[in-house]
Design a binder for this molecule. Sequence first.
Ligand code: FES
Ligand SMILES: [Fe+2]
Length: 379
Amino acid sequence: MFINFWYPVGRSEDITHEKPYHAKILRLPFVAFRDQNGKAHVLSDTCIHRGGSLSAGKIKGDCIACPYHGWEFDGEGKCAKLPSLSGTKPPPRAKVDSYPVQEKYGIVFAFLGDLPEEERPPLYNIEEYGTPEWKAQLYELHLKAYYERSMENGMDPIHNEFVHPMQGAPMLSPELQREPVPMTDIPYGSKFYLAFGGKKDYNTDLSKDKEGDRLGAAGSWHQGPNQLVTWIDITKTNSFHQYLFEAPVDENNTRIFFVNMRNWMLEDKFDQRIEQVTLQIVHEDIDVLERLNPVRTPENNSKELLVPGDYAVVRYREWLEEWEAKGWRIDMKTLREKDGDVAYAIPSPARRESGNWVLDTVPLLPAKEKAASRTKKAS
Ligand code: FES
Ligand SMILES: [Fe+2]
């Protein structure tokens, strides 16, 4: 699990001015609420007085009030009111981490990290969202599985034949299956786009491919560790574009916010059927993912027997290594050891501007000059 990426916190409709919203992400607690102008805020959910859970408190004006002694924190995380010291200015240390927020696709996202705005890996931009040619549905899923396993499942073109009879068990040609999945790098990720149904095709330029008279082609790519895209082009004009924004709850659980877009069957009467079929297919994946052993991806690729069809998974793991080398990977072992003894916060951008914070920042694995070669190319 990594800091310095955008994570989905909750559906827009669930984050209100009436009641604080609690979310656990990256094993840490967060609170979300709206101020009087309707702007959504996401803060660390640990009150720095004596550890109260802000999400169990109340929203008062533009602030969230701790249920324990009533300290109030504004959307920027600053303590605006400290009742037991009324009449005096709250001390400078009276602040909690507040995270940059973007609200898109009916989802509130938070940037969980301290990078300045110009250095942040982007939130995925769905270009067709909101255009009249496309319709979107949003589903929220809970998996008893680790998010990297779920992401890898999305980057696996071979499993469809075995896991998805509902989709017609789409299959790559035997030739394609024997060669490494052809990958193209994109900013913060890699992608593939392939013809299913025995047609050999190495062209991964999506926009060019969409011009052609294609039937039964699909592609997947990731941007960052937790944003996954799958385009399913059934015919030239009939497509599903699926965007999965994954929030690791902890090392065993994941919440997925799934934006399912289509450019056909646009009428409302089709919504229910499309949702039902899509979720049935998703549950075919979940049934497999919740039984994987080990739960988390092994530390070394030699602990699995990878074949050329796993190359997209290997590329994803190589990207994770790069972000680990930057010092962005959370040290889960230390975090687990300190569980119950130390309250941590993900560092927010404000920590780069001022010192004097009460909570320790989450332990991170050390940055490296260059990514160690944990992963090897599929044999
Ligand atoms: S613990 Fe939050 S106000 Fe005391
Ligand atoms: Fe699948």
